[in-house]
Design a protein around this ligand. Structure first.
Ligand SMILES: Cc1cc2nc3c(=O)[nH]c(=O)nc-3n(C[C@H](O)[C@H](O)[C@H](O)COP(=O)(O)OP(=O)(O)OC[C@H]3O[C@@H](n4cnc5c(N)ncnc54)[C@H](O)[C@@H]3O)c2cc1C
Length: 468
């Protein structure tokens, strides 16, 4: 299927022929029907079957395993959860520490599974560098962020400040103001993880039906074009595609993020840049940038994309020249030697943003509904926690995972905060993003007057506050 190969650099790199699995053509009675063969759906299936092999579990996928964000992301496997600081704020220091440890353990838990299942997905746990590398205000805001993390009980061993020289030992950028370093992060080849996990799930006896979009779902079952499934549990695991399964689109805004990959770079170029042990990196602007050095020595670099009116999904990820050039500009500011490098791949995908940036893992036992999402661009690791937590919840296992503030066990979907109706969402989202772009343009201009810099940052900070 060449069209699936074009989804991303990662899908293009797969050795397998990407032959479609069979689609569902007959009715079924199962215990758990999972919609979506991305990480959330696959991890849920994996942990359900590992713990309860007798369960009848099935996965329905509209396209192919890894078609969604799971086969397209930046490969940051993070040991955290978006907005964890706010989610954990009400806990005692001991509880908070235990929750942080649960989150920090995610990359190692994934590593355990990929070793057990022989999934080669270029896993390297080199940590992450959140760099102040373009303008001095980045140092101020990152230091403030770090102080907040330490106030929450995180320690130097979890997040520490690297001065210019220490940063330069790991990553050489033009203007090294400093960086936050955290060891709780690995980089991976995302599609290899998704595809390998799909095979592991099949080995456990879970059929995955591809080219089988679910067109209707309710408590107790779902329907595709050709078949019906009766199921005790339904697990919609469609994060950025929630609009395709009403009413879930009310709770997760589909936002796009866009990436580029360079051609493989020479050893000499990497000697100049660094990143010699799989570290992930970003630069501290509100453009939400993320990068890694791939196992085959490319620079893979992404930044925030957009939101379309009424949550319309973006299907065409042939990036425009200006979308590619923005990303080239951003990494070229860090690494001028790459300003003219050849970009071989560009792509993007839809991810799910929950209101107030609060990821959720929800179980509605009365109606047989379990779902996790709203990871907001930080879902590679979070979806592992999500899938594992949903399995615990469905199997009624009392683990530390089910006792976290992001777990919802009462109230069903109505316990989630819905996004505002249109046109408020579109106007709000775009106004906020514009304020971020404006801030970045002003701060990146060394001649901008101090009052302009301050005003641009205050405005962007004020606008960001609306999303939380
Ligand atoms: C470009 C990009 C970069 C990112 N980078 C990072 C990163 O570096 N680190 C990080 O932590 N997070 C990142 N994320 C977020 C992360 O990739 C996602 O949060 C995570 O992969 C979500 O997994 P999922 O299984 O919940 O959803 P998905 O992987 O999107 O899977 C959903 C699946 O459901 C299927 N589907 C949709 N509708 C239906 C239907 N009606 N019937 C049947 N199947 C359906 C889709 O085809 C898809 O395969 C990124 C996201 C994007 C888009």
């Amino acid at each position: 299927m060449p069209v699936w190969r074009n989804i991303s650099l990662w899908m293009d790199q797969l050795d397998e022929p990407l032959a479609p699995r069979t689609s569902l053509e007959h009715d079924l009675d199962v215990d758990v029907a999972i919609i979506g063969a991305g990480y959330t759906g696959l991890w849920t299936a994996y942990y359900l079957k590992r713990q309860a092999p007798q369960l009848k579990v099935v996965v329905l996928e509209a396209q192919t395993a890894g078609f969604g964000a799971s086969g397209r992301n930046g490969g940051w496997l993070m040991g955290n959860l978006l907005g964890e600081d706010r989610l954990l704020a009400g806990l005692s220091p001991q509880q908070r520490r235990a929750s942080f440890e649960l989150l920090h353990g995610i990359p190692d838990e994934v590593k355990e599974v990929i070793d057990r299942e022989a999934i080669d997905c270029d896993f390297r746990k080199g940590g992450v560098l959140y760099c102040a590398a373009r303008y001095p205000e980045q140092e101020h805001s990152l230091r403030g962020y770090l102080a907040g993390l330490h106030r929450q009980g995180l320690e130097e061993a979890d997040y520490c400040w690297l001065g210019p020289q220490e940063l330069t030992r790991q990553l050489r950028v033009t203007r090294p103001y400093g960086a936050i370093f955290s060891p709780h992060m690995a980089t991976i080849q995302p599609a290899k993880l998704a595809r390998g996990l799909a095979q592991a799930v099949e080995r456990l006896g879970v059929p995955i039906y591809e080219n089988s979009p679910v067109i209707d779902w309710r408590h107790g079952g779902l329907r595709t074009h050709q078949a019906q499934i009766r199921s005790h549990w339904v697990v919609p695991a469609v994060e950025g595609y929630s609009v395709s399964l009403p009413p879930l689109g009310r709770y997760q805004l589909p936002v796009q993020s866009l990436l580029v990959a360079t051609e493989p770079l020479s050893a000499a170029t990497w000697e100049e840049i660094g990143l010699d042990r799989g570290q992930a990196f970003s630069e501290g602007s509100r453009q939400v940038t993320y990068g890694q050095r791939s196992a085959d020595n490319r620079l893979v670099f992404g930044a925030r994309g957009g939101y379309r009116f009424a949550g319309r999904l973006r299907h065409d990820f042939n990036l425009t020249e200006s979308e590619i050039e923005l990303r080239r500009y951003l990494f070229g500011e860090l690494f001028p030697q790459l300003k003219k490098v050849r970009i071989t791949h560009s792509w993007g995908g839809n991810l799910g943003m929950s209101r107030r940036f609060r990821p959720h893992m929800l179980c509605d036992r009365a109606n047989g509904l379990a779902l996790a999402g709203g990871y907001g661009g930080e879902g590679v690791g979070a979806s592992h926690l999500g899938g594992r937590t949903l399995a615990d919840l469905i199997l009624q296992q009392d683990t530390p995972r089910v006792r976290q503030p992001w777990v919802i066990q009462a109230g069903g979907l109505s316990a989630l905060k819905a996004w505002e109706p249109e046109p408020c969402r579109w106007l709000g989202y775009n106004a906020i993003v514009r304020s971020f772009v404006h801030e970045d343009q002003v701060l990146a201009n060394p001649n901008a007057a101090p009052w302009r810099r301050k005003l641009a940052s205050s405005l962007a900070g004020f606008m960001e506050g609306f999303m939380k």
